[in-house]
Design a protein around this ligand. Structure first.
Ligand SMILES: C[S@@+](CC[C@H](N)C(=O)[O-])C[C@H]1O[C@@H](n2cnc3c(N)ncnc32)[C@H](O)[C@@H]1O
Length: 221
């Protein structure tokens, strides 16, 4: 089976012998792919809606992985089971992801890895998850279907990050991979547009945008 570049990047952070809880699994293609391609991986594919779960169940049956992938209806981390060591939450907005993690924070001490992919508000996302006792272990920026998606691997720990590390990602800023360079160029042109639109009366905001542009330009040099 083939999966999207984004889901493939998420699967790259999943180790053999993991027990995954995929929150908001939708079609469960990630879980089916891991069951087929990783050694000794088990997954709970869970979603808050019946509709996606019907598709997930069909995929589990189609690829004959029902001994490895369990499909469950439930809100956020309520479907957690003892032994789960890896939680995946992808394709949801940052505020929903953070609210799911806060609501289910009781189970987080048992979880080794969080694999998170959102499409907005990355500074808030990284900061909020680090406040829950995790640090950023690895990251990749994926350009898929004309959009950029960061995939972030959090592990237990404590590290202090500055504003730009939280905004753009400490590992991404360090590695400067091709898709991340594309992302920074895209961000730079969006910031230039904002800068041009801001009038002189918004001087403080203009200065902040200019500082962000300078940061990106320095990284791209
Ligand atoms: C856009 S899909 C993402 C599917 C898949 N994770 C991916 O990355 O391609 C988001 C899914 O999350 C589910 N969802 C939204 N809020 C949820 C919650 N609180 N708990 C569990 N699932 C949720 C939705 O029903 C939907 O199927």
């Amino acid at each position: 089976m083939t999966i999207s570049k984004r889901l493939r990047a998420i699967s790259d952070f999943i180790s053999d012998n993991s027990f995954i809880l995929d929150v908001g699994c939708d079609h469960a293609l990630l879980d089916v792919y891991c069951a087929l391609n990783k050694k000794n991986v088990k997954a709970i594919a869970s979603d808050i809606k019946e509709g996606p779960l019907a598709v997930a169940k069909e995929n589990v049956k189609k690829y004959d992985v029902s001994s490895k992938v369990t499909v469950l209806l439930g809100d956020g981390l309520s479907t957690y089971q003892t032994g789960v060591d890896t939680v995946v939450i992808s394709g949801l907005g940052s505020s929903t992801i953070v609210s799911i993690l806060n609501k289910g924070s009781k189970v987080l001490p048992n979880v080794d890895k969080l694999i998170i992919s959102s499409n907005n508000d990355y500074c808030f996302l990284r900061k909020s998850i680090c406040d829950l006792g995790f640090c950023i272990s690895d990251e990749i920026m994926v350009y898929d279907n004309d959009k950029f998606y960061p995939v972030i691997l959090f592990k237990k720990g404590h590290k202090v990050y500055d504003y730009y590390e939280l905004k753009y990602g400490p590992v991404l800023l360090d590695k400067m991979d091709k898709d991340f360079i594309g992302y920074l160029n895209n961000e730079k042109s969006k910031l230039f547009d904002i800068y041009r639109m801001l009038r002189l009366k918004h001087m403080r905001k203009r200065l902040k945008v200019k500082k962000d542009i300078k940061f990106i330009e320095k990284k791209l040099r």
